[in-house]
Write a protein that binds this ligand. Structure first.
Ligand code: ZN
Length: 91
């Protein structure tokens, strides 16, 4: 009689993927709304915003290859707020 194998980690990984995919979909929605276009620059590590593709393809790239880690301010996708606003407020 042994203990049943631990399988909680499987759910853990699935949850993380689900959260990631939800975030990717939100990002695509956000970009399409801001740019008023079906074609948006793809921020994946391969395209690096250098290629305009449709939302479905962006989702695919981001899930498959991941997003550019240094693309934290979404300037190519309609984000307009100054990224340093919070810093300035603290002076
Ligand atoms: Zn891409």
């Amino acid at each position: 009689m042994g203990f049943p194998p631990h399988k909680e980690w499987m759910g853990e990984v699935n949850n993380k993927i689900a959260v990631y995919v939800r975030g990717v979909k939100e990002f695509v929605k956000y970009a399409k709304r801001n740019l008023k276009s079906d074609l948006i620059p793809c921020p994946c590590i391969r395209c690096r915003n250098g290629k305009n593709v449709n939302g479905g393809e962006v989702e695919l790239h981001l899930v498959k290859w991941g997003m550019q880690q240094d693309y934290v301010f979404w300037g190519f996708h309609g984000e307009r707020e100054c990224p340093f606003v919070l810093e300035q407020l603290s002076y």
